[in-house]
Design a protein around this ligand. Structure first.
Ligand SMILES: N[C@H](CCC[C@H](N)C(=O)O)C(=O)O
Length: 276
């Protein structure tokens, strides 16, 4: 099967975008892994498949697959690239879009230049909905990892995130600790792991070891989850700049029950065909 694709990224978190509306596309975990393979395929962190919506309120549905072939609930950087992709492929003329994901309905706004703003919905803090095994809902939790105890936040943005505060994000044990927490038994669906260095009440730096991928250059849902955790602890204001290795996201959240808004770029790199 010969399939058209677009290669895109959000701050270096890179994607293969597939239009499953104009093309008949059948994916499997093996096909996803091959597309994502940086030697045997195109290479990407996630594969994003655009489909017609099931929800009558939505303009589109988009499905998110990590490089390991797993299908997941949400992808912040991917949502911005999705909006740019459907607009550039003339699948819509709208600047405001509602898109259905398995993690819920997102509202997107295409802005001037390469910027896209996404209403990511309200964060979920109830442990069993994250899911995270804990006796009760708390601002932070103690997590034992191979005999060492860490303080973490646990937040879902449709997908699960653990967040650790660090003094120096450049020196954080992302590659050592990230994979251990990713598969920690208290996270029954595994977890994305964020390392957050707070520089002021309106600026922080973040690195993320992503579930199903490894460390990425940026993670949109990770930036939202990290901001929510630090905001809950009274460490960040309602509007912050989160600096990731690939660039900066602006996150806004005014408190429990309110939606998190994320604004950042979406970049198209090239178009092509792949034989699946
Ligand atoms: N690895 C994530 C999905 C992609 C999230 C990230 N790329 C983003 O921009 O939010 C997970 O397994 O939940």
């Amino acid at each position: 099967m010969r399939v058209k694709f677009s290669k895109m990224h959000g701050l270096g978190n890179d994607f293969v975008m597939l239009d499953g509306i104009s093309q008949r596309i059948r994916l499997s975990p093996d096909k996803i892994r091959r597309i994502a393979d940086r030697y045997l395929g195109i290479g990407c962190d996630q594969v994003l498949l655009v489909e017609s919506p099931r929800d009558p309120d939505a303009d589109f549905r988009y499905r998110i697959f990590n490089a390991d072939g797993s299908e997941v609930e949400n992808c912040g950087n991917g949502a911005r690239c999705f909006a740019r992709f459907v607009r550039d492929r003339r699948l819509t003329g709208k600047k405001r879009l509602k898109v259905e994901t398995s993690g819920g309905l997102l509202q997107l706004k295409l802005m001037d230049g390469d910027q896209v703003s996404v209403d990511m919905g309200a964060p979920v803090l109830e442990p069993e909905q994250i899911p995270f095994n804990a006796d009760r809902c708390a601002e932070s939790y103690l997590l034992e990892v191979h005999g060492e105890t860490f303080t973490i936040g646990a937040v879902s943005m449709g997908n699960p995130h653990a967040v650790l505060l660090v003094e120096n994000v450049q020196e954080a044990p992302v590659t050592q600790l990230g994979p251990l927490i990713e598969v920690h038994p208290r996270f029954p669906q595994k977890v994305n792991v964020g390392f957050l260095q707070i520089n002021s009440r309106s600026q922080a730096q973040l690195r993320v070891f992503e579930r199903g991928v490894g460390e990425t250059r940026a993670c949109g849902t990770g930036a939202c989850a990290a901001m929510v955790y630090a905001h809950q602890r009274g460490l960040l204001d309602d509007q912050v700049g989160i600096q990731l290795p690939g660039g900066n996201l602006t996150i806004h959240w005014s408190g429990p029950g309110q939606p998190v808004t994320m604004t950042g770029p979406a970049t198209t790199v090239f178009h092509g065909h792949i034989i699946l």
